[in-house]
Write a protein that binds this ligand. Structure first.
Ligand SMILES: [Cu+2]
Length: 117
C-alpha cells in the first residue's frame, strides 16, 4: 500500500466540495422560479412560506378582499405594490441571503413572510 500525504487529500476533497456547491447553485437558478400564491382575504393566507435562497421567487397575491391592505409592503426589499379586489398582483424577487422577507399592509397589521434557507 502506498503512503499518501493526508493534507493533500484533504485540500483536494475541499476543492471538489466547493466546486460541487457552485455547480449546485447555478443548476438551481437555471431550474426557474419558485412560485407562491397568497390569497388576500382580510389577511394573507398562507402567511409563511419557505423558499431556497438564491433562487427567484414569484408571489401571486390573489386578492378577494384586501381589507386595509391597499398596498403590500416588502420592508427588506423596499418594495411596495398596490392590491385590488378581484385582481392578481405578481411580485418577483430573488432572496439573495437566507432570512425572513416580510410583507405587510401599509400599517404593518396584516403580515406574512417568505423565509429563505
Ligand atoms: Cu393594515
Amino acid at each position: 500500500m502506498k503512503l499518501r500525504p493526508n493534507h493533500l487529500l484533504t485540500s483536494v476533497a475541499l476543492a471538489s466540495l466547493s466546486l460541487t456547491a457552485l455547480a449546485g447553485q447555478s443548476a438551481k437558478s437555471a431550474q426557474g422560479v419558485q412560485k407562491l400564491t397568497v390569497t388576500v382575504d382580510n389577511s394573507f393566507k398562507p402567511a409563511t412560506f419557505n423558499v431556497k435562497a438564491g433562487k427567484p421567487v414569484q408571489i401571486t397575491f390573489d386578492t378577494k378582499h384586501r381589507g386595509c391592505a391597499a398596498v403590500v409592503v416588502f420592508k427588506e426589499l423596499k418594495m411596495k405594490k398596490p392590491l385590488k379586489d378581484g385582481t392578481k398582483t405578481i411580485v418577483t424577487f430573488t432572496p439573495k441571503k437566507a432570512g425572513a422577507y416580510n410583507f405587510a399592509c401599509g400599517m404593518n397589521m396584516m403580515k406574512g413572510k417568505v423565509v429563505a434557507k
